[in-house]
Design a protein around this ligand. Structure first.
Ligand code: CUA
Length: 156
């Protein structure tokens, strides 16, 4: 029994040292880093930690700035949107009845098929202040041509 316990503890010690030795050696190496290695470590830290953290924070920020716009025969709700010039914002489009379209004139924002039950998200940035018109671009019935809204963009 005693021999068995010894064997177990020897194996446990070996397993532990297999895990810790490289870590201890790496830690010892850290203390003797040259300038180049320190710079590389700093770059790696930025890439592995600061980068993803920034992306995550940006994602959270964008989530709070999403405007849900409903399309239905024959209007958008809301019919007026507000934004700040140069600041990206997100529009989540949803159709409440038939297939509609969406386009903001003068901006890179277009959805050709807005299918009921499937929301579509767009990130839009208006470079300059002003009033932009958004309109339906897919025929959706009698008053399709009158289906539009306004995006009012103010300076920051
Ligand atoms: Cu809605 Cu055309």
């Amino acid at each position: 029994m005693r021999t068995f316990m010894n064997a177990v503890s020897t194996q446990a010690r070996r397993a532990l040292s297999a895990v810790w030795s490289p870590a201890i050696r790496a830690a010892a190496r850290l203390r003797t880093l040259g300038t180049g290695e320190a710079a590389a470590l700093a770059v790696a830290t930025v890439v592995l930690v600061v980068g993803p953290a920034t992306v995550f924070a940006y994602g959270r920020w964008m989530d709070r700035h999403v405007v849900v716009v409903h399309a239905r025969q024959w209007q958008y709700a809301p019919g007026v949107l507000h934004a700040t010039a140069g600041v990206p914002f997100r529009i989540r489009l949803e159709s409440d009845d038939v297939v509609h379209g969406f386009r903001i004139l003068g901006l890179d924002a277009q959805v050709t098929e807005l299918i009921p039950g499937k929301s579509v998200e767009l990130t839009v940035t208006a470079p300059k202040p002003g009033t932009y018109v958004y309109m339906c671009t897919t025929y959706c019935g009698l008053k399709h041509a009158r289906m539009f809204g306004r995006l009012i963009v103010t300076s920051p």
